[in-house]
Write a protein that binds this ligand. Sequence first.
Ligand code: GLP
Length: 264
Amino acid sequence: MTEVIIVPSPAAGGVLVAEAIVALVRRRADAVLGLATGSSPLPVYTALRPHAALLRDVRGFALDEYVGLPAGHPESYRAVIEREVVVPLGLDPARVRVPGDDLAEGLGYEASLADAGDRYEAAIAAAGGVDLQLLGIGATGHIGFNEPGSSFASRTRVKTLTEQTRRDNARFFAAPDEVPLHCITQGLGTILAARHLVLLAFGAAKAAALAAAVEGPVTSSLPGSAIQLHGRVTVVVDEAAASALRFADYYRHAWVHKPAWQGL
Ligand code: GLP
């Protein structure tokens, strides 16, 4: 089922999701987290900071990475994950993987990229799969970097970014042209294989894509709609991001009356 929880603020959403992660890690100290970049999951990472001691043995797999940035570029998702997740939460860097990070020569070299996705899939499988996958959603409806047209069966592979996504992400770079053309991303099939999906969206700019993902037709033209095929999805949104949801009143009603024993 897809559970939609409308929270008063991103910070409140972060606390809620952090509590679910803490509960998971108390059950299994080396739980496997699917980590997302972008602004949406940041409140979760912030709310996890007081629990850092608990997270020592946690393993992590990032959703995606740019292709073609120089190694160590501050906007590479490896660097972002280090800065925003690994360091503040005291995770073991060796236990946190980002697609393509096993390429000593970096992600600019086509020959080595060809099977980077397969190796990443193998690493996720060897870890026993992802327990809880954090997700944001882009304006094009993408999750990870799965742009419109991505197959629901897709696995980690190299993709071409849409110009819309490059524009959206240009704010992190000195010039729009510096945003890479390509990325390597977990596929929709990879994401759907995680045991629990947690999608976060905040702000009015996300309302249309979020409503389409949660309530629209299931279509690869709106990759986020793939979540409707998963058996356990938690969608955490603020009022602005929830503003285009048709069944918002029902989601509020269901949340208020949720049996306490059910958890997230
Ligand atoms: C990027 C990332 C996505 C993320 C999206 C939305 O394109 N590859 O994983 O979900 O941006 O980002 P934000 O949460 O900053 O709006």
